[in-house]
Design a binder for this molecule. Structure first.
Ligand code: CO
Length: 470
């Protein structure tokens, strides 16, 4: 037998971003992550995904940390490994479309603070919403990876995926990611999809999936055999369930094959040893729900991402309507169809989910409509793959004329206005971006930071005055 050409599969480790976002609501703090950075830097990962997504919001809101400071600390620690972030296209790391000047400045500052690879996606797969971010990444010499938000439905044929992959390549992206946030991609479908994409484009292809439905490691195996270049995995204590397949398992699987990563299992074991007590503590405190670690086959039935399932549960709990869970789950695909059958990923997942909850709890569909539902139906998030349900559109936005252009074309530059609003709190250039994304949360954080600094100053003054023995 002729020896097969060696083609080691590249690994993106997600424990510092997606894994803890998916399992413990993004609550790993910088202090919890930094001590292991040195070891992680020796593995040989293609990249560590460590920033963006919900980490930015969670740092400011719950951990009272400056996300930019976290990024700089990662950059200091990872001397040999590329840092990757997740970026929601024109929505940046927020939940609404921003003007181009904010998108460009955010990309510039992300790269300046240490990001190498920017994974950019749009919740509707509207390519027009990716262009500004991709161009900005090109300009900053960052690697622009564009993600297809993977989903199922009549419109989502192989032809659809290969066509947008070609568009992505032409747009100037450096690689493509198949972003399967719900774990819907089945092993044999991965063979077909990866094969078709490899035929259609020349740039490398990364597969990102979640273990939610239980098929993910088989899907990776088939994808790698079909020629996928990169897979996203999480070190075992933060793997499986709503997170990614385990790094060590995939490394072992490909050992001795042409796809061998060459990673040192002993080193991976030491990294796992570090994270295991953190995972156990999260289980003890209730932060990690053991349900998130099992196979959730409903995700295949309802095509709902794991994170969205837990959001729906908590929304219903707040309304004391937990018994309506299955009604809401069945309403989700109906709302999704009404809204043009978009993929369910931030922010479309929140918009569809919240509207489904309203529709069920109010006892009449679209009796109460969120601003975001109206905005989607007005074209403000971009174009959907299928047309909207016209009756629903009429009921929600009346005679308002929907827009059909790229939504950001209608947005005036925002940076100057934002700078004006937050000038009194500014300590670094990046603060305006934190404020742009989360005005209230960032302002509270700035005030907290100010109070902390005052405290430190007072302590220093006391020490000078001899209040503390030296
Ligand atoms: Co993910």
């Amino acid at each position: 037998m002729a020896e097969l050409e060696k083609k080691p599969v590249k690994i993106v480790e997600t424990v510092l971003r997606d894994a803890h976002q998916s399992l413990i609501a993004t609550r790993l703090s910088t202090e919890q992550m930094l001590p292991i950075v040195d070891k992680m830097d020796k593995v040989g990962y293609h990249a560590v995904e460590c920033w963006g997504g919900a980490t930015f919001d969670a740092s400011l809101r719950f951990l009272k940390e400056d996300p930019w400071e976290r990024l700089r600390k990662f950059r200091d620690g990872f001397k040999n490994t590329k840092l990757q972030m997740l970026f929601r296209g024109q929505n940046i790391l927020g939940y609404r479309p921003y003007a181009d000047d904010v998108v460009e400045y955010f990309v510039q500052k992300s790269a300046a603070n240490g990001i190498d690879i920017i994974r950019i996606f749009d919740c509707l797969n509207d390519m027009r919403n990716l262009k500004t971010a991709v161009k900005a990444a090109n300009k900053e010499k960052a690697h622009a990876q564009v993600a297809l938000s993977y989903t199922l439905g009549d419109a989502y044929t192989l032809e659809y995926w290969t066509n947008i992959a070609k568009e992505i390549e032409e747009m100037g992206a450096d690689s493509i990611c198949i972003k399967d946030m719900a774990g819907l991609l089945l092993p044999y479908q991965a063979t077909e999809l990866v094969g078709a994409l490899k035929d259609a484009v020349k740039i490398p292809i990364d597969l990102h999936t979640h273990y939610t439905s239980g098929v993910a490691s088989m899907t990776y195996m088939k994808a790698v055999e079909a020629g996928v270049d990169i897979i996203d995995t999480a070190i075992s204590p933060f793997a499986l369930g709503t997170s990614q397949p385990a790094t060590e398992v995939m490394v072992e699987t490909f050992k001795g094959t042409p796809y061998d990563t060459g990673f040192d299992q002993q080193l991976l074991a030491e990294i796992a040893d570090y994270f295991r007590p953190i995972r156990d503590e999260a289980l003890d405190s209730g932060l990690l729900n053991p349900k998130n670690l099992g196979v959730n086959i409903k995700t295949l039935l309802y095509q709902v991402p794991g994170g969205m399932l837990s959001n729906l549960t908590s929304q219903l709990k707040e309304q004391h309507a937990e018994d309506k869970f299955y009604d809401v789950l069945e309403e989700v695909p109906r709302v999704r169809k009404d809204l043009g059958e978009p993929p369910l990923v931030t922010p479309s997942s929140q918009i569809v989910g919240t509207q489904a909850v309203f529709n069920v709890l109010m006892g009449e569909r679209y009796k109460m409509v969120t601003k975001e539902t109206k905005d989607i139906l007005s074209g403000k998030y971009g174009a959907t793959v299928k047309p909207f349900n016209e009756d629903v559109q009429k009921k929600c936005i009346g005679d308002t004329q929907p827009i059909t252009c790229r939504p950001a074309d209608l947005l005036d530059n925002e940076l100057d206005k934002l700078e004006g609003e937050m000038a009194q709190y500014k300590k670094q250039d990046e603060d305006v971006l934190s404020y742009a994304l989360f005005p209230q949360v960032a302002t509270e954080f700035f005030k907290y930071r100010q109070a902390q600094e005052t405290k430190v100053d007072e302590t220093a003054a006391d020490t000078k005055n001899g209040a503390y023995p030296v």
